[in-house]
Write a protein that binds this ligand. Sequence first.
Ligand SMILES: [Ca+2]
Ligand SMILES: [Ca+2]
Ligand SMILES: [Ca+2]
Length: 384
Amino acid sequence: MNIKKVGIFLVISSFLLISNGASAAEDNSRYFVKTNSTFWKKSFNARHVFSGGFTADLTDFQLKLTKVFNIEIEPVRRLSILEPKGKSALRPVPTESVPWGVKAIYDDKNLLKSSGGAEATVAVLDTGIVKHPDLKNRIKDCKDFSSPARALVEGKCDDKNGHGTHVAGIIASDGGDDGKGIFGVAPETSLYAYKVCSNTGTCWADDVAAAIRTAADSGANIINLSLGSDAQSLLISDAVAYAVEKGVLVVAAAGNDGPYQGSIDFPAQDANVIAVGAIDSLFIVPDWSSRGANETTVSYVVEEKDIEFAAPGVNVESTWKDGGYVTLSGTSMSAPHVSGLAAKLWQKDSLTPSLSTRELLQKFASDILPLGDDDMSGFGLPQL
Ligand SMILES: [Ca+2]
Ligand SMILES: [Ca+2]
Ligand SMILES: [Ca+2]
């Protein structure tokens, strides 16, 4: 550091102490700061520390400092919950106790009650989960990674959006204490409710990455990501690789950007992540379900940008934030059908439970037209 820089440094050091608390999470204000310096972590009020640096919400003044001191930064990407394609009115009681999608997964049109999932824990990284009567006994942990003020708030995961509650209900709703509610795919499974998206449905990549790592470190077996974006985030790719290495199965919605080839969202396009597209009750893939690159890659081998499965994603009824039920469409609804089935089939006695479970899902997949491994539905619909 030269004399001039030391001078500036001394002036700003005192100023930083004043300006520190004012760094609010405004649009595009979050950066990955590529230094491990304790001084800068403190000065910039580091949010999450990763290898090679930390993230922080930077004010204009702090941004100028990074230039003065030649500290490399890059903007942190934002993802979002996948915008539902249509939503019904709120109902106080469900239309059906076992929705069509759960029946399709069980391959049983007359199913009266679902079961299973007790061997697995599913982390739902979303807008939170409310203590809906059909979910309150399933939620075993609750954390908020989305607060602008604090990187992690324990015991808080309230869902003012509704999306996370809907996704969680598809996986694990258990009919409630009176059994008159709705049933998800795996009603005995445990849920970690990790709020990573704001109430409007936007999710910072560093918060998602931190939650993926926390889920893996806390014993989650499956992570459901009904969120995405068009561009890759290395923070998330690294976190997914870390979780997969620890034996976690990561499932993500393919996206609602179809019907164009390769319209699959990130992180679903990651080969480590199970990408799930949508089908309707006639087992037809809707136009809006994102497409993979399967037809240009090796058939029945999951590579980057491949769709792996298709699952119910049109007119799916599930739990909602106000304690009732709504019907939504989107690949956000498809991914949790596969996460729920993975929980139900969880191969806990295998040496590699997540790999064995993924292989079983592939083995159990029924082809969806067109024939074979295709851009829309990959291996097909996994069914019992
Ligand atoms: Ca994938
Ligand atoms: Ca392939
Ligand atoms: Ca097919």
